[in-house]
Design a protein around this ligand. Structure first.
Ligand SMILES: [Zn+2]
Length: 319
């Protein structure tokens, strides 16, 4: 069971949404490449293991303990705390002096070294919690389009073909109450105040309009009036009403301002009457007639927490 999944931060959300709609600056392009690869790989792994009966699972755990450490997946299972670091790459790589190097000389720097550091910190944390669980850490190269030559193997590095084995092992037993308690304990120390890139908003009028299909990420077709659903070429289907709600979220993110009926028309091709109806039902409106704009109903509640509350050392006694 997953007790936490990854929540994209505002920069990650924006950059993935604007990707493909406008030419981004170099810095955003670089970040987008990393975020997209990271998220795609993790989502792939999440989909593979989410139905497993055993293991209390956490997707994206960040620890602040003598500096920050981030863990893609933590699974509490059968007297073990298992950490999976997910890497998603495509193409042919060769192994050279602890690094994986692609045909175009893209370098994946010493994944074992990074894993060992993260593993040491996780071990310290588990000890501080007073748990007698054994910590295991693995790098998993997910995706079937990845191949590597010259690598003699290391039991800490797994590949796509090994995922079935992970699933089988997690399916061996059900989760226990103790595992659930440990999982909840981990979540108490999840540090969710990481620093992220400031958003550089591209001009909303210049951004290519449309709503991306959540399944294949292509822009959904603008629909004809008679249809009640929009269907993507990949087979994904969504009702007009849900599409309006999605469009609201997307437009708000890209525009960073209140949403108008005309915006939604432009992004979906849906008629004004239905849009007005759905927006009024689900969102707060301000202004009259032509100046009418829509906002989210609940203002985001940002909890004020002092930095120290997250410092593990402040909460657990050194002994
Ligand atoms: Zn699609």
């Amino acid at each position: 069971m997953f007790i936490k999944t990854r929540v994209l931060n505002p920069y990650e959300k924006y950059i993935l949404e604007v990707n493909g709609r406008i030419k981004m600056d170099t810095l955003d392009q670089t970040h987008c490449f990393t975020i997209d690869k990271g998220y795609t790989g993790e989502k792939y792994f999440y989909e593979k293991i989410k139905e497993c009966s055993g293991g209390i699972k956490i997707w994206d755990f960040r620890l602040k303990m003598n500096g920050e450490a981030q863990y893609d997946f933590i699974i509490i299972h059968d007297q073990h705390i298992i950490h999976f670091d997910i890497k998603y790459y495509e193409g042919n790589y060769h192994f050279h002096q602890s690094n994986f190097i692609s045909e175009n000389n893209y370098v994946i720097t010493d994944p074992i070294n990074q894993l060992v550091k993260a593993d040491m910190k996780l071990n310290q944390f588990v000890q501080k919690l007073g748990l007698s669980y054994k910590v295991l850490s693995y790098v998993v190269f997910v995706g079937q389009q990845f191949s590597v030559s010259g690598f003699n193997g290391d039991n800490r590095i797994l590949f796509d073909k090994d995922i079935d084995r992970i699933v089988a092992s997690l399916n061996k037993n059900e989760t226990s109450d103790e595992e659930t308690r440990i999982g909840q304990l981990f979540l108490q120390y999840h540090y969710d105040k990481g620093i992220y890139q400031r958003i550089h908003y591209y001009p909303f009028e210049e951004i290519q309009e449309g709503i991306k299909c959540p399944s294949c990420n292509q822009l959904l077709p603008k629909l004809s009036h008679r249809k009640t659903h929009v269907t993507c070429s990949c087979g994904y289907k969504i009702t007009k009403k849900d599409l309006v709600k999605n469009a609201f979220e997307v437009i708000q993110l890209l525009k960073n301002a209140a949403v108008t009926v005309d915006d939604v028309v432009r992004y979906t091709g849906i008629g004004k009457t239905l849009i007005r109806e759905v927006l009024s039902e689900n969102f707060e409106k301000t202004g009259m007639n032509k100046n009418r704009k829509y906002h989210p109903k609940e203002k985001l509640f940002i909890k004020e927490v002092s930095e120290n509350e997250y410092e593990v050392d402040m909460v657990i006694n050194d002994s």
